[in-house]
Design a protein around this ligand. Structure first.
Ligand SMILES: [Zn+2]
Length: 335
């Protein structure tokens, strides 16, 4: 399965290089990123949202929400929401925040999410663009609200709608929010994804915070007991020649230098989580994201249902993969 995934990523990378528009985007990506939108997608729809709005490399910085639960206030959701939104603040050409909901999600969850999203100080002044989406048909409707809209951006996004490829509900990818890395396509379709700074998720706390929402997601997903389910932890960086490192990984080498007060503690968490997996201090961001991947795997196992499935013994249930930031080529290297 993973060999197939590696082959597919390689093939897609070759195709991108032959397409003049996409190869130009890869050249831009090698210099840095300036995404125009922060997008907060349900875990199930993270990859599909990119196709739905025809978003290419560099277009979207990604945060994550859990379906059928409200987006929590920043203090209760440091990793899924507050961190990516704080990081997004530093980009020069921001046009807005896109939040997507499945069409079946109740209105009350959308309203509560909107109340909470505007509590983030780094999103102040940015239009909030909210869609209810029928993913099977590739249709989306704007949700009208009073928290600051931008009709031009809304219409532009609506004009780009495409029906996304089918979902692969057997695969969950943990990958960075970085606009240049997209979750790898699997032989079954577009995987579910949790996109956070460095692809990090915290330990299960057992309190009413984002980890309880994640725990609920894992319970719903893994209760199906499909033997083919797998979690891919994808670290990214300069793994395929010359190219940029993971910026969150890089920042975690010196987190005290970060001036944004919301961002600093989250990047420090990355550092603290990675350190036990480092025998010597990392000299590159690539070394850091490898040890961070081991920390992510350890944290995944604090969610009881994830641990229960892992103990059934399938060696491929949680896999660590390395992705090159620019080519998006992946290697199946065990860290
Ligand atoms: Zn990154």
């Amino acid at each position: 399965m993973n060999n197939k995934l590696v082959e597919m990523a390689e093939k897609l990378s070759e195709e991108r290089k032959k397409d003049p528009e996409l190869s130009a985007l890869m050249e831009v990506a090698a210099q840095g990123q300036a995404p125009r939108f922060l997008m907060i997608s349900p875990i199930r729809r993270s990859s599909q949202d990119l196709q739905l709005f025809n978003m290419k490399m560099g277009d979207i910085f990604h945060g994550t929400r859990v379906s059928n639960a409200p987006l929590l206030p920043p203090a209760q959701s440091p990793v899924l929401f507050a961190g990516p939104a704080a990081y997004n603040q530093g980009f020069p050409d921001k046009r807005g925040v896109i939040i997507t909901f499945d069409q079946s999600e109740p209105e009350s969850i959308i309203r509560e999410s909107l109340e909470n999203v505007v509590l983030h100080p780094d999103l102040e002044g940015l239009p909030i663009i909210v869609f209810r989406v029928d993913y099977d048909q590739g249709r989306a409707r704007i949700v009208v609200h009073g928290k600051g809209r931008n009709y031009e951006a809304e219409n532009w996004l609506l004009s780009r709608l495409e029906r996304p490829e089918p979902l692969d509900t057997n695969t969950l990818v943990l990958i960075c929010s970085d606009s240049r890395v997209h979750p790898p396509v699997t032989p079954q379709g577009l995987p579910m994804a949790i996109q956070t700074l460095g692809g990090y998720i915290p330990e299960y706390t057992g309190t009413e915070d984002e980890t309880s929402q994640l725990n609920k997601f894992f319970e719903d997903w893994l209760s199906q007991k499909e033997v083919t389910q797998q979690i891919l932890v994808v670290a990214h960086g300069n793994f395929d020649g010359e190219g940029p490192s993971c910026s969150a990984g890089q920042a975690s080498l010196n987190p005290r230098d970060i001036t944004n007060n919301l961002l600093r503690p989250i990047i420090m968490d990355l550092e603290n989580a990675a350190k036990p997996f480092e025998s010597v201090p990392p000299s590159t961001a690539e070394d850091r994201v490898k040890s961070l991947s081991s920390a992510i795997r350890k944290n995944l196992l604090t969610y009881p249902v994830v641990n229960a499935i892992a103990e059934l013994g399938s060696p491929d249930f949680i896999k660590i993969l390395l992705m090159d930031t620019v080519s998006n080529v992946i290697s199946d290297t065990e860290v």
